[in-house]
Design a protein. Sequence first.
Length: 105
Amino acid sequence: MTAARRHGVVDAAVRHGLQFWADRSYQGEAPTLVTPVRAGKDRPLIPAAAAYNRRHAAVRAPGERGFATLKCWQILSRSAAPSARPTPSRGPSRPYTKPHRCRSG
């Protein structure tokens, strides 16, 4: 979210009426952020709010899972894919290392 704010994504989304699905920590950040409902300190969520939170989580889950997979494979931190076969003139720019096993939730 910090990067989105820094690059003006949140402001552009507000101007164009686009919605972002965010987690609870972003409540009140912008009118176009769709966040789950929080329970009060001494009162649990009503059934309608709990159902809303389940739907919200279901919408966000595929994106969260996708980013977790990309992080696990370290795709986002590598600038170029490692070469599978070295060329005769030079070797690969980075040695290929097998990705570590990530936890499968």
